[in-house]
Design a protein around this ligand. Structure first.
Ligand SMILES: Nc1ncnc2c1ncn2[C@@H]1O[C@H](COP(=O)(O)OP(=O)(O)OP(=O)(O)O)[C@@H](O)[C@H]1O
Ligand SMILES: [Mg+2]
Ligand SMILES: [Zn+2]
Length: 153
């Protein structure tokens, strides 16, 4: 029998295969903080046959927008989204980082035109996935960034 790390939800979303330790960042992307009324369960650093260790988030009654899914994909490219209805998984899909993201990442290069004080332009980054890690390159100045979580606007 398969073991459930945390209890079942009736309706909502299970985000599975989150990179170990990143669940708190995913919560941040979802806008879930101490003031939330949502029923949320979180498991961090649980054993996974596919990933060694992983995090899982289960949110009752919440479905995630495309925009937020794209952000989650940037910090956890192997995350699986499971849509739950009547306690069963109705639909399952993997997140997929977009090849280009606009207005999502902030360039760390202070001289970059995307950070110009007078007329900043919307940031554009080209995304690259290697193994389990995502990196991105600034369209304007060429700066390459890793640990995208630290650069999400
Ligand atoms: N009703 C539910 N409420 C909460 N979590 C659930 C529910 N049903 C399944 N899950 C969880 O959703 C995830 C995916 O479930 P599934 O049964 O598809 O497992 P799996 O076969 O291991 O999937 P995968 O191949 O994606 O790893 C698991 O973490 C499971 O514990
Ligand atoms: Mg599994
Ligand atoms: Zn730049």
């Amino acid at each position: 029998m398969k073991e459930l790390v945390v209890s079942k939800i009736r309706e909502g979303t299970v985000i599975d295969h989150i990179n170990a330790g990143k669940a708190l960042l995913v919560l941040k992307i979802l806008g879930i903080d101490a003031g939330t009324n949502l029923t949320v369960s979180m498991a961090m650093n649980v054993p996974s046959s596919k990933m060694g260790k992983k995090d899982i988030l289960k949110v009752e009654g919440m479905y995630i927008s495309e925009e937020k899914l794209n952000k989650i994909a940037l910090i956890s490219p192997n995350a699986t989204i499971n849509l739950v209805r009547d306690y069963e998984i109705e639909r399952k899909f993997k997140v997929r980082p977009p090849e280009v993201v606009e207005g999502v990442l902030k360039c760390p290069n202070l001289m970059c035109v995307s950070n110009a004080e007078r007329e900043p332009v919307r940031s554009i980054f080209y995304v690259k996935i290697e193994e389990n890690e995502v990196s991105a390159r600034c369209h304007y100045c060429g700066r390459k960034i890793k640990d995208l979580a630290n650069h999400i606007i």
